[in-house]
Design a protein around this ligand. Structure first.
Ligand SMILES: Cc1cc2nc3c(=O)[nH]c(=O)nc-3n(C[C@H](O)[C@H](O)[C@H](O)COP(=O)(O)OP(=O)(O)OC[C@H]3O[C@@H](n4cnc5c(N)ncnc54)[C@H](O)[C@@H]3O)c2cc1C
Length: 512
């Protein structure tokens, strides 16, 4: 198990094998983890699937563990090594748009393509991907999200994958396994191998290309924002919206997020609002009007405790307006409708990495739980109790917290987030670019960080007790301890078939 650079350099070129300490530390960090602990022996940057396959074979021959990495903006130790003798495969150079099949409604992209790149490649086509990708889509890659699952997206809209297994084989899933005469248009051809490889956090195979379903851009969109006095009241409405069967996007924000959004609206949101107006010119009159509303209402959140933001799309504007009107009776007597600046601004600028730190440069880390709709109230009260119980400790260390909530289909998601002042990492510096300078002198605060680590772990354990499931499992959420032993044994035998030497991301999903 000794890393030797030369065979890797022969495949990807010497400039794409990074062995200096700075890069090794940087690529061993995620948003929350990896400031200490083992670091990778090298970062290898292949350009295409053939190079990934060759690199994997060399790593196997040298007895090394392999950590695949996309945009690196996760926070559950997914690619953070748990041992020396690991090489990191950076997939960022696999960012080509392979094919836009407008007639067949799919797009195939390299795994290292960001969500923003994928969306931009479709501009002007009248089409968009059914999956939107995460807010972090400026950096998060299509392969990274596929490897992690996303509770806020429609994973069924991944139609096919190309992936490299731990022994270097290149496999394809769904109809793409037939080859060029079929193409990657259909997922459910025999056992769903696509589904098997999703959410593995890179332990089953390295995704190298993905096919996403496309749909026509809807021409209508209608927005509503509603203020509530309590999280409980807001969650009730979210659940009722989900049960109405009217398709829409909802996002619930807490008092802290409301204040932050207002500040961002004043300080940094002008660019977003300008984008709203620009986008509206090229889209519909309805959106132009919406942009005016957003500008007028950008301060309305300041004195709202909890706020819910609803977006309804329609094939044209009357259809969207009609659907929103049908939803409105759900909240009319329970909340106060305010100007819908937030959903309008988010639609205009769906991707932003700014939230990787708090508004004043605080470190940030979330933890989430996904529940069936009927459990929302129980989880609300357990989560609120949890934070009340720990208030004195949080206050002592000046740790703030905030919640996001959302519904998608038949599930309700809660995502508490911790904020505290603490030295930012090399990863934060790289991701924030110019914006990092004003935060660079924040001193290290290991005591607060330790408290966040402990409380975040306890919150994950509480969610487990309440019956949560999670995306982004990595090495943080207790997947192995949460599912039945028989089910886990079947998954382990699949792991053993695909990666008998346990090279891919050892430690993830409980596989050492
Ligand atoms: C500001 C901010 C906002 C965010 N918003 C959201 C959000 O709205 N919704 C959401 O779900 N998440 C969100 N996230 C979390 C993050 O964006 C997701 O976890 C995303 O999936 C990370 O993608 P990535 O390409 O950076 O993956 P990475 O962090 O690079 O990797 C994540 C995991 O996937 C594996 N992996 C990566 N690429 C591959 C590949 N090609 N093949 C096999 N395994 C691979 C890695 O080994 C690791 O286990 C946010 C994060 C930040 C910082």
């Amino acid at each position: 198990m000794t890393f030797v650079a030369q065979p890797f350099e022969a495949i990807v070129g010497a400039t794409n094998v990074l062995t200096d300490a700075q890069h090794r530390r940087l690529y061993s960090q995620d948003v929350f983890n990896g400031d200490d602990g083992p670091i990778v022996d090298a970062v290898i940057r292949p350009a295409d699937t053939a190079e990934v396959s060759a690199v994997v074979k060399v790593a196997a021959a040298q007895g090394l563990a392999i950590a695949p990495r996309g945009g690196g903006v996760s926070y559950t130790k997914g690619y953070v090594p748990d041992r020396a003798g690991t090489v990191l495969i950076d997939l960022a150079r696999l960012n080509r748009i392979h094919e836009i099949a407008a007639d067949d409604l799919y797009i195939t992209v390299g795994a290292g393509c960001t969500w923003q790149q994928a969306a931009e490649s479709l501009k002007g086509s009248g089409l968009r991907a059914v999956m939107k990708g995460p807010i972090s889509g400026t950096h998060a890659t299509v392969g990274g999200v596929a490897a992690q699952n996303s509770a806020s997206d429609n994973m069924a809209a991944i139609l096919a994958l190309e992936a490299v297994t731990a022994d270097g084989r290149v496999i394809r899933t769904g109809s793409s396994a037939i080859g060029a005469k079929a193409g990657p248009f259909y997922r459910y051809y025999g056992p769903d191998l696509t589904g098997l490889l999703l959410g593995d956090t890179g332990t089953f195979a390295i995704k190298t290309a993905l096919t996403l379903a496309l749909e026509p851009e809807p021409r209508g969109a209608a927005f509503a924002s509603i203020g509530f006095e309590t999280l409980s009241a807001m969650s009730d409405i979210m659940v009722a919206i989900a049960r109405s069967g009217i398709k829409c996007k909802t996002l619930g924000m807490d008092p802290v997020k409301n204040r932050t959004a207002t500040k961002v609206g004043v300080k940094e949101g002008l660019g977003t609002l300008a984008k709203v107006i620009t986008a509206a010119r090229s889209v519909t009159e309805g959106l132009k009007q919406a942009a005016k509303i957003a500008v007028a209402g950008q301060n309305v959140l300041a004195d709202i405790p909890w706020s819910l933001h609803v977006t309804v799309e329609g094939h044209d504007q009357p259809a969207a307006d009609h659907a929103l009107a049908a939803l409105r009776p759900i909240w009319t007597h329970r909340g106060r409708e305010i100007e819908p600046s937030v959903p309008i601004a988010m639609r205009a600028r769906p991707y932003s990495i700014r939230g990787i730190v708090g508004i004043a440069g605080e470190r940030w880390v979330p933890v989430h739980g996904v529940f069936p709709l009927s459990k929302a109230q129980r989880v609300v009260s357990a989560t609120e109790d949890y934070f009340t119980r720990h208030k004195a400790r949080l206050d002592r260390h000046k740790i703030d917290h905030s919640f996001l909530t959302m519904v998608l289909g038949n599930m309700w998601l809660i995502e508490p987030m911790f904020y505290w002042f603490d030295e930012l990492s090399a990863l934060h510096a790289t991701v924030l670019g110019d914006k990092f300078a004003k935060f660079k002198d924040i001193p290290a605060n290991p005591a607060a960080r330790a408290v966040v680590k402990e409380l975040r772990g306890e919150l994950a354990a509480l969610f487990k007790e309440l019956g949560a499931v999670h995306s982004q499992l990595g090495k943080f959420y207790d997947f192995a301890g949460n599912i039945s032993p028989d089910t886990y044994a079947v998954l382990t035998s699949i792991k053993d078939a695909l990666d008998p030497e346990r090279r891919l991301n050892p430690g993830n999903l409980g596989w050492g």
